[in-house]
Write a protein that binds this ligand. Structure first.
Ligand code: XMP
Length: 443
């Protein structure tokens, strides 16, 4: 029970016994409105028991140590189930249930064990608001917005909890897609009432990136400039308070539960994803972190966002890389090239939205091959223009991906529109490569 009298539900522990899909099982539990936590099967049994689990689901093939874990859980009357066909090979006491697959988890927890489905969006919001208030008191906070769902929902929660103590900062590096800055400036602010500082750093980024075509070099420069611009903005926010205001003590981050699991709490060494994003602020700007989404999966973040009125265009935004359009121009970045790519991307996204496909595809990079030209013909005149690549993908987690089969008539419309409406583009091509071996982005 916390200060506001909100009871955080006890977890169902989802135990990673050398399984690949342990997060999937944890999500299935959440889907039954029951709180779940992932934990590595090789942790000491005390770590399991101190969480006072309502039940434990063991995912994967067991070892000798698994038998000890089961015994420890059973000695405290924690119901235990083994999930997955391979788990059948594991010798286990009679009272340990065997579930064929994830599909059986909901009925087992809700019906057989009678666990209360208490993990609702309303509870998550109330619980987090109480936690944020208790953590930050009257201190001020800063949140960097990227235009993406995680930072927007984290900011919306903090705004709901402590209102004007929060200042949001959005760095406009000039590599965002059409309308993205406006969506935050107009719709997010209207929905949440958050204080927003937009830093127009477009010229600065263009200058720093001049003549650079190596992808890693681009990332390095964008990351570096971003940190510098954000730092300057943070200093401004720190200096801006009135005499009665408390100092800025906290930085809000949109860390989500898969990040937490992948960084090791579940010992989920298999799912390690390289984190492309740069971090780290200088010592005089060391804030404590507020991470209101740490317990949530992406679909739960979206539900919280919708309940808080965060605009749908942000809540349902597909993944978009931090370096933005900068790594979708194969070749050096110039203002003209960004404009070409942004216009082509806007057409593709418009057509996907009209076709109702936004939530079916994972993401669809649109790539400008800026150093490639091919011959074409427009109105009887020879052209020598650039190709645009469409890279629609289906994926669960971006680690692997399949190319998404977009309908031919949609592809035809997109191609017609891009070649007619975007200057200097005379060819549209489709990328039909799986990941692996192809990555999702071209750079
Ligand atoms: P790849 O191209 O590695 O992309 O298959 C996997 C996922 O990561 C995104 N991505 C990035 N995200 N900074 C980011 O924040 C980056 O530098 C970056 N590079 C790739 C990509 O959009 C996809 O969702």
């Amino acid at each position: 029970m916390n200060a506001a009298g909100i009871e955080h539900p006890r977890p169902v522990l989802v135990v990673d016994i050398d399984a690949l899909d342990v997060q999937q099982a944890a999500r299935v539990v959440r889907g039954a409105d029951i709180y779940s936590e992932v934990i590595g099967g090789n942790r000491p049994s005390a770590e399991f028991l101190e969480r006072e689990p309502l039940a434990a689901l063991l995912i994967g093939v067991g070892t000798d140590k698994t038998a000890d874990l089961i015994a420890a859980l059973r000695s405290q009357d924690v119901p235990v189930a083994l999930v997955g066909a391979e788990a059948c090979a594991l010798p286990a006491p009679e009272d340990v249930r065997r579930l064929a697959d994830n599909a059986d988890i909901g009925a087992y927890l809700l019906e057989d064990l009678g666990i209360e489905p208490a993990w609702t969006t309303e509870l998550v919001i109330a619980d987090q608001i109480a936690k944020i208030r208790a953590q930050v008191g009257k201190s001020r906070l800063i949140c960097g917005l990227s235009g993406g769902v995680d930072s927007a929902v984290a900011a919306a929660l903090v705004q709901k909890a402590v209102g004007d103590q929060l200042t949001c900062v959005l760095v406009d590096h000039g590599l965002m897609r059409a309308d993205e800055i406006e969506q935050v400036e107009r719709d997010f602010v209207a929905a949440t009432g958050a204080n927003l500082m937009i830093v127009d750093a477009r010229e600065r980024f263009l200058t720093a990136l001049e003549g650079v075509s190596d992808p890693e070099e681009k990332r390095k420069i964008i990351g570096h400039e971003f940190i510098e611009v954000f730092e300057a903005a943070a200093r401004e926010v720190v200096a801006s308070g009135s005499a009665e205001d408390e100092p800025v003590g906290f930085l809000v981050q949109g860390t989500v539960y898969p990040d937490v699991v992948e960084s090791g709490v579940g010992d989920g060494a298999k799912n390690i994803k390289s984190h492309h994003n740069v971090g780290g602020l200088p010592e005089d700007l060391q804030f404590a972190l507020v991470e209101p989404l740490r317990e949530l999966f992406k679909d739960e973040v979206r539900q919280v966002g919708l309940a808080l009125g965060v605009p749908e265009s942000i809540v349902w935004r597909q993944p978009f890389p931090g370096p933005g359009l900068g790594i979708r121009i194969v070749g050096a970045i110039t203002a003209e090239r960004i404009d070409i790519l942004r216009a082509a991307d806007a057409i593709l996204r418009d057509e996907l939205t009209q076709a109702g496909l936004d939530r079916e595809i994972w993401q669809c990079p649109v790539v400008l091959l800026a150093d490639v030209r091919s011959v074409g013909v427009t109105d009887g005149e020879r052209t020598y223009g650039h190709p645009i690549v469409l890279r629609p993908v289906a994926s669960e987690d971006a680690m692997t991906a399949e190319w998404f089969r977009l309908p031919y008539d949609l592809l035809a419309r997109v191609s017609d529109r891009i070649t007619a409406e975007v200057p200097d583009v005379n060819r549209v091509v489709l990328d039909v490569t799986r990941k692996p071996p192809g990555t999702i982005e071209w750079e």
